[in-house]
Write a protein that binds this ligand. Structure first.
Ligand SMILES: [Zn+2]
Ligand SMILES: [Zn+2]
Length: 299
């Protein structure tokens, strides 16, 4: 019949997703199972999982899907989940996403903790930006990272799962190639025992699948975009890669894998600059005074 959706390759239900690379059609149940299997397999690559697994939970679609997938796997993983949300204080945008975040946690039965810039730094992001000529995303990135670390420390969280998906990894790989700054790219900012470790369970899950997972879990909500917008370069790379993937299915996955492969091969070969301890706040940083204290004008 014209317009009727094809059947799932694994059962007799109607398909909701076509894996263009393998040609497999998947129904709602099998798509969700396939996503959850990949998340579980990523988690199982860890030597051991801690008692508490923190989930960086902005309330957006990626972290919503991640929280839902982890909650669906609760009988298969030993860790208790805690959703960690940072409220940056962005008016006209954050109110809706925070409300959505609370609803999602209620629905999934996951503990939820929120930390806000105003409480921690005395100012919201909007207030920080009033007298700043720095890029909002840079300022926000620095403060959000610290907020998440503080919240994780308060909650005894030593491992934080983030919602980065396969497309994000592919974009990062290409952006890294464009900038050719291997050290900056793969050495990261270094880590110390004070920072919680990060894990990205959606590394092998495409953005299309993540979005569909959120929709099929009945947790998708069309939320406003951040008024400070995103990185311009990433947007361009995203468009470019999406067009390329359309023509050559599988490219996105290969590019994302390339990033993991390079990272794996560079392990132990890059000299990390040891982090210093900030003279003012005592948190690890890249100089005598950390980026957060510089932003707070404490120096
Ligand atoms: Zn099926
Ligand atoms: Zn500091």
């Amino acid at each position: 019949m014209v317009g009727e959706r094809p059947l799932c390759s694994h059962c007799s239900s109607r398909a909701v997703f076509l894996d263009r690379e393998s040609g497999a059609h998947l129904c709602s149940r099998h798509l969700k199972e396939s996503v959850e299997e990949r998340v579980l397999s990523r988690l199982m690559q860890e030597e051991s999982l801690p008692d508490i697994l923190g989930v960086a939970f902005s309330g957006g679609k990626d972290s919503t899907a991640l929280l839902a997938a982890l909650a669906a796997l609760k009988d298969k993983i030993p860790s208790r989940l805690i959703a960690l949300t940072v409220d940056e204080g962005i008016s006209g945008y954050r109110e809706d996403t925070i409300r959505h975040a609370k609803e999602v946690c209620n629905k999934l039965g996951v503990e939820h903790r929120i930390i806000c810039f105003t409480g921690l730094f005395g100012r919201s992001l909007d207030e920080f930006m009033k007298n700043s000529n720095r890029k909002a995303c840079t300022v926000c990135g620095i403060l959000r990272r610290r907020s998440l670390e503080v919240l994780a420390e308060q909650e005894g969280v030593r491992l934080i799962a983030t919602g980065h998906n396969q497309d994000d990894h592919a974009q990062t790989t290409l952006m890294n190639a464009f900038s050719a700054d291997i050290k900056k790219v793969f050495a990261g900012s270094g880590s110390t025992s004070r920072f919680a470790r990060r894990i990205k369970p959606f590394t092998a899950v495409s953005e299309r699948e993540v979005t569909l997972y959120a929709i099929l879990s009945d947790l998708f909500m069309d939320l406003p975009e951040c008024p400070y917008a995103g990185e311009a370069l990433r947007g361009e790379v995203r468009g470019l890669l999406n067009r390329f993937e359309q023509e050559h299915p599988g490219s996105m996955r290969n590019l994302a894998r390339a990033e993991e492969g390079i990272r794996e091969r560079l392990k132990g070969k890059i000299q990390y600059t040891p982090m210093e301890t900030c003279k003012i706040c005592g948190w690890p940083g890249s100089g005598e005074i950390c980026q957060v204290c510089i932003l707070l004008d404490k120096h």
